[in-house]
Design a protein around this ligand. Structure first.
Ligand SMILES: Nc1ncnc2c1ncn2[C@@H]1O[C@H](COP(=O)(O)OP(=O)(O)O)[C@@H](O)[C@H]1O
Ligand SMILES: [Mg+2]
Length: 328
């Protein structure tokens, strides 16, 4: 986003829902302007890291396609937060907000402002999540996910897991100063062997579903309500996968703080409000696979937020606990 547009937001010159001067949060892929009641998010075109590894947002066409899909997805899962899509035109002296058509220069996601202290990971960290909250989360997760479209992927669960297994390697490698390669390999081999050992069962497209990037960081939990945030998969390949990955990513993050009791509470409550039988025989495999995504992620975030180091270490202990437990 141009300096002119950032300054216009920061100087309160852009006509938005609310007057005032926002806080500016910049991530690898977006600029977010947070006012008192609303927040505005614009995807960047020039994040080499994201463009090369996830989705190429350098052309306007791709960026608009991605932003529209991202908004629709988040709006479906958390309509209370993801309000509408707007267009931003930057040609005049002051940029203006209008309709989100192809004539706009950028798309802007308009959100209700959220209090990041309600982020699920923070509530787990400060021990304010109870087992009954875990049940709420499982139940609401099942309801929300049932709103998503069916997957039309031609992959089978087997082939999809093999490519997910491949994707894990460079992901963990980015934090090899924290996770020794040998240790990472041990868990990755477990995952690979499990996929091969269950090839017959996994070799079916019927078990595929839409996959959301929902985990303890990408969720708000407030007044007993669970709201996924920013949960559109950054990479097209990850939009589809084994239909229970969503459930296990959340349940596994909960395991890291509330142990097996919390993990079971999420899954059992999900099961009660879902028509599909959750095959509990894959618990150990799915939990370890999910840890291999979220554990390194905590180390990545810890680069900027040092309080996360504790969390990352805790996740690491939990992976080993699950791995070495024959009865998990
Ligand atoms: N609706 C919102 N209210 C308040 N802060 C927000 C809101 N949306 C995003 N933010 C802030 O911006 C950060 C990045 O937002 P996010 O949607 O996760 O962007 P990205 O896709 O770049 O990861 C969040 O971690 C949060 O600090
Ligand atoms: Mg995010």
């Amino acid at each position: 986003m141009s300096i002119k547009t950032v300054s216009a937001f920061l100087e309160g010159k852009i006509e938005v829902l609310e007057k005032g001067v926002p806080n500016h949060t910049e991530t690898v892929i977006s600029d977010v302007f947070v006012f008192n009641d609303f927040a505005y998010k614009v995807y960047k075109s020039d994040s080499t890291f994201f463009n090369e590894n996830f989705s190429d947002l350098s052309s306007k066409e791709n960026r608009f396609d991605f932003t529209r899909a991202d908004f629709e997805w988040n709006n479906k899962l958390s309509p209370e937060i993801y309000l509408e899509l707007k267009g931003l035109s930057v040609n005049g002296v002051v940029p203006t907000i209008g309709d989100p058509t192809d004539n706009a220069d950028e798309l802007v996601i308009v959100m209700k402002k959220i209090d990041m202290s309600d982020q699920l990971i923070k509530k787990l960290h400060n021990k304010t999540i109870t087992i009954s909250d875990c049940e709420n989360i499982g139940e609401q997760l099942a309801k929300k996910l049932s709103e998503l479209p069916l997957s039309n992927s031609e992959q089978t669960v087997y082939s999809d897991f093999l490519s997910r297994h491949k994707d894990i390697q460079p992901w963990i490698k980015t934090v090899d100063k924290y996770i020794p390669e040998k240790l990472a390999r041990k868990y990755q081999e477990f995952v690979k062997e499990y996929i091969e050992a269950n090839k017959d069962e996994f070799n079916s497209p019927n078990e595929m579903g839409m996959c959301a990037d929902i985990h303890a960081d990408n969720a708000i939990y407030k007044n007993g309500e669970f709201y996924p945030i920013d949960s559109y998969a950054p990479k097209k390949d990850w939009l589809h996968g084994y239909k229970f990955i969503n459930l296990y990513r959340v349940a596994t993050d909960i395991y890291n703080f509330l142990g097996k009791e919390g993990f079971n509470a999420v899954i059992e409550a999900y099961q009660k409000s879902s028509s599909e039988e959750v095959p509990r025989r894959h618990d150990k495999f799915l939990a370890i696979y999910c840890q291999l995504i979220n554990w390194p992620y905590q180390y990545m975030l810890a680069e900027k937020e040092s309080w996360r180091l504790d969390i990352a270490d805790r996740y690491g202990k939990a992976v080993e606990e699950i791995y070495s437990n024959d009865n998990f």
